[in-house]
Design a protein around this ligand. Structure first.
Ligand SMILES: [Zn+2]
Length: 433
């Protein structure tokens, strides 16, 4: 991609700026200058064409751009044409409708450099990276590959669902040659991979080289990362957080927290009191102005994600950390309680060694089906089931949850992809019995 002096200059500018500012919260002048440039680019898009001249006052008076508006009419937000781009992606939204996402060289360079710098502390020069992320259509596979290129790391891509090229057998054989030290994959794929290698008696051998598991593509909870880390004798991290629309918004630190990439995004928190910058502790919806988007600049974009901002991470990084609670629309109402994937998975993976789950919800009962681990000790299951029931009672006030262990769950509960809808994949709504 870097085939001209001009493009090389972009790489060097991005590297310099992000090296200087990365890991810090830049000052007001920096944000003002960067947002002024985003604003100017955004005015080329129909959605922002009516904006007046930039001023900080004009920016802070601007209403948020709701996620749905972008989803409903994505072309309104393009400041460039598809032909200006060098890569064409689409998001695979949970609604089933694809959002076109062409990227210019500038988009790709800035995001790669930003993420590479953020992950630099997590990766070593002698790491061998295996990416089990999808390479087609969605950008995540390319992102990991270009970050590895930028950091000069040996890497291979092997998405186990790439029919005709890569499957589980091929993966196991490639593994023994590459001996990966770092895995990049979605949490659902990590669970399937673990089961499969256990079933084949390969886990002990294949896990030996692995020291780090970088999870991305879906929200994962600490209990699941701890469980994966234990199975693999490695440390599992929530690698990053962001979306195809925004680019990467936060990246992992060694303490397994996600730090906002505040040199690449201006982050705000939407609360009952309105919008405030997301540099202090708080809870609300994350609203972002990515500073380096070119094809589709966004101003005050409401991510739809409920987050908690913290500033006490023991790693000492000056940027705030963010816990993503999931989409505001992700929760389901059971009696008077709202249950979110975050809460359920924290219980499932914290209390049991299950490799998946399905929550069946009927008006008069609640049943949690747990997928038994390959080498599970069945004698401990009544005790584990009791612990889950107790957690559901203590945390959600639901005191009649039925808990069952099964050998395997329907494949609809496995993601296989980079994104999934929790309500569709892990919840089954039933009639009253
Ligand atoms: Zn940290």
């Amino acid at each position: 991609m870097i085939n001209s002096e001009q493009r090389l200059a972009t790489v060097l500018t991005a590297t310099r700026e992000l090296r200087e500012r990365g890991g810090t919260i830049p000052g007001a002048d920096f944000y003002s200058d960067k947002i002024a440039a985003v604003w100017t680019r955004a005015r080329n898009a129909p959605a922002y064409a009516k904006l007046g001249d930039f001023s900080w006052e004009a920016f802070t008076a601007l209403e948020v751009t709701p996620k749905n508006r972008l989803k409903e009419d994505p072309w309104e937000f393009f400041a460039a044409t598809v032909d200006d781009g060098i890569k064409y992606y689409e998001t695979t939204g949970t609604t089933g409708q694809a959002t076109p996402t062409p990227r210019l060289v500038d988009d790709l360079v800035w995001n790669t450099v930003s993420v590479a710098q953020a992950w630099q502390g997590m990766l070593r020069e002698d790491d061998r990276v295996l990416s089990l992320l999808p390479s087609d259509i969605v950008p995540v596979g390319d992102l990991v590959a270009t970050v590895c290129e930028h950091l000069d790391l040996l890497h291979a891509r092997a998405y186990p669902f790439a029919t005709g090229i890569s499957d589980w057998d091929r993966l196991a054989s490639l593994w023994t040659t590459l001996r990966p030290t770092v895995l990049f994959l979605a949490p659902g794929v990590a669970l399937q991979l673990t089961r499969l290698f256990k079933q084949r008696g390969l886990l002990t051998e294949l896990r030996a080289s692995v020291r780090t598991i970088m999870l991305l593509g879906e929200v994962s909870v600490p209990a699941m990362r701890a469980r994966l880390g234990q199975w693999w004798g490695a440390t599992a991290y929530n690698a990053s957080y962001g979306s195809t629309e925004t680019g990467t918004l936060a990246a992992a630190c060694r303490h397994d927290r996600l730090h906002l990439l505040t040199a690449a995004n201006y982050c705000e928190l939407l609360t009952a009191e309105g919008l405030t910058d997301a540099h202090r502790p708080g809870t609300g919806r994350l609203v972002v102005t990515p500073l380096n988007l070119h094809a589709r600049p966004l101003l005050r974009y409401d991510t739809g994600d409920d987050v908690v901002i913290g500033t006490d991470c023991p790693c000492g990084t000056a940027t705030p950390d963010v816990t993503v609670l999931g989409r505001g629309t992700d929760g389901i109402q059971i009696r008077d309680v709202t249950i979110t994937p975050h809460l359920v998975e924290q219980v499932v993976y914290g209390q049991t060694t299950a490799t998946g789950y399905l929550l069946e919800v009927a008006p008069d009962r609640l049943r949690l089906l747990l997928e038994r681990d390959v080498d599970a000790d069945r004698e401990t299951e009544p005790e584990r089931a009791a612990a889950v029931r107790e957690a559901f009672r203590d945390r959600f006030g639901l005191d009649d949850t039925e808990v069952l262990f099964l050998n395997s769950l329907p494949s609809t509960t496995k993601s296989g992809g980079s994104q999934k809808s929790w309500k569709r994949s892990n919840i089954r709504i039933l009639e009253a019995s």
